[in-house]
Design a protein around this ligand. Structure first.
Ligand code: SF4
Length: 483
């Protein structure tokens, strides 16, 4: 499955070390969260930053000048980005690349943001920011404005949380070297903090800390602000926490398997989801000869499925490690050819066999359709799909690249229709309640908007129900509804 997260963020303070290497490795460990641009910012008696399009390059290549500009300072933030707000044109991608610098009349800051603002238009008007730019400019300008008005960072963040609807996990540095991080009142996007040897760090995923040898402490709470100033960290509940709504999809797809949320490693959840699928659909599993998976986000689920079912697990689909072009960003024709270049099939492993294919999710269906055709062309006798994330029936308004009902195959078809459309013998989805149980969280702690059509934030919930009403009357969607 090919979907993009909007961004990944990182931030760090060290009392006595240049922090650029920590920033670099902490962000590189999370490059899967954003491919379109990356950037770094530090405080060194003033704010410095640079951004560039594309993946984070090697820190040093033999015989070449490094493309990585190593910024000085002991306080820094970093970002990797994929566009879900603003334009995809070259100039806009450059302008919207993060960290961004926002300069007010008397204060300024650099900001790294993961999420998506649903009432972005209203916010842009409020702070007088160009509507052709991404939501991060409006957010940064709002913090600067509120900081100038109130003279207090906690008050500025509280006032921001009173007016912004959406998902936002943020790391930022003020012009006086204050490092801070906060999460929206629903806690939709991940953001954890770590501490070791006087160093404080913030990271979208715990791997950003682990790779730097910094000890994970905990997830930030919804509505919580953590501030690091002069080597001390302070905590403020900037806004009363709403009902927590952590993105349920992080477990099945987005995060690295070696990251952990709320006390559980992602790989454990995925393994248990695979095992649960094998138990729930035992009658279908009994028809199959082997289990295969689409590498790599479904690997752990396939392993759990294999353990629970006793079916042999064949690595019949092999991924080309160095094809990094993403299938969805090309046009329809290229998309298929990119998929073909990325995955190859070992026909001897599947010829004449009834195959259980384990994957994490189905969004638009075109990638899956292509892969099923290739499995059949390679000699598979039957192809049964086992999907570890429940059926996606609604868009995401919070920073995942699926923003309309029309693009979602699950919003249009039931499992039988989908099997026919995709060329599979059956499509077997994880039920929502079972999924929630395997995450170890409660239903009222998760966002399950895209699988239930019930969105945690009011603007998103209203937009979604208006669109469904319009579609039911035969109307059409006009792209991203929040823009
Ligand atoms: S709508 Fe779906 S993808 Fe978006 S934040 Fe909620 S659970 Fe995650």
């Amino acid at each position: 499955m090919e979907l993009r997260e909007k961004c990944g963020v990182f931030g760090i303070y060290s009392p006595d070390e240049q922090i650029f290497p920590y920033l670099y490795w902490g962000m590189l460990a999370q490059n899967h969260r954003g491919h379109q641009s990356h950037g770094f910012a530090t405080y060194n008696n003033g704010l410095e930053f640079y951004t560039e399009l594309g993946l984070i390059p090697p820190i040093k290549e033999p015989g070449k000048e490094s493309r990585v500009k190593q910024l000085p300072g002991n306080i820094g933030i970093a970002n990797v980005r994929y566009t879900t707000s603003g334009s995809n044109e070259y100039a806009a991608l450059c302008y919207d690349a993060m960290p961004i610098l926002s300069v007010g009349e008397s204060r300024s800051l650099v900001l790294s943001f993961n999420g998506n603002i649903v009432n972005v238009r209203e916010l842009q008007e409020k702070v007088g920011v160009n509507k052709d730019t991404s939501d991060s400019h409006a957010l940064a300008a709002l913090i600067v404005k509120k900081l100038e008005e109130t003279g207090s960072l906690p008050k500025a963040v509280t006032e921001l949380m009173q007016v912004v609807d959406g998902a936002y996990s943020i790391t930022s540095i003020l012009d006086d070297g204050t490092l801070f991080a906060f999460k929206d009142p629903w806690g939709i996007k991940p953001l954890c903090y770590g501490f070791s040897d006087g160093k404080y760090a913030f990271s979208s995923e715990s791997t950003g800390l682990a790779i730097n040898g910094i000890e994970w402490q905990r997830e930030l709470r919804p509505g919580e602000l953590l501030v690091v100033k002069d080597g001390m960290m302070s905590q403020v509940q900037a806004f009363p926490s709403k009902e927590q709504a952590f993105c349920a999809f992080e477990y099945a797809y987005f995060s690295r398997p070696d990251s952990r949320f709320n006390g559980k490693y992602v790989y454990e959840v995925r393994r248990d989801l695979g095992a649960a699928l094998a138990r729930i659909y035992k009658d279908k599993v009994d028809r199959c000869d082997v289990v295969v998976c689409l590498p790599e986000s479904a690997n752990d689920a396939a392993y759990g499925f294999h353990e629970a079912s006793g079916l042999r697990w064949e690595m019949a689909l092999r991924r080309h490690r160095y094809v990094s072009q993403r299938a969805f960003i090309t046009d329809g024709v290229d998309r298929q050819s990119v998929i073909y270049r990325k995955l190859n099939i070992l026909a001897p492993k599947i010829v004449g066999k009834r195959i259980a294919v384990v994957d994490d999710s189905i969004v638009r269906g075109d990638t899956m359709r292509g892969n099923i055709k290739r499995l059949r062309d390679a000699g598979a006798r039957e192809v049964h799909l086992f999907i570890s994330y429940p059926k996606i029936i609604g868009p995401c308004f919070y920073g995942i690249d699926m923003s309309t009902y029309s693009e979602l195959i699950g919003a249009r078809m039931n499992s039988e229709e989908m099997a026919e459309e995709l060329g599979a013998d059956s499509v077997n989805y994880m039920p929502i309640d079972e999924y929630i149980k395997e995450t170890g969280m409660r239903r009222d702690q998760l966002c399950i908007g895209c699988i239930s059509n019930k969105y945690p934030t009011p603007t998103a919930d209203n937009i979604a129900s208006d669109i469904r009403e319009e579609l039911a009357k035969g109307g059409e969607e006009k792209g991203r509804a929040y823009e």
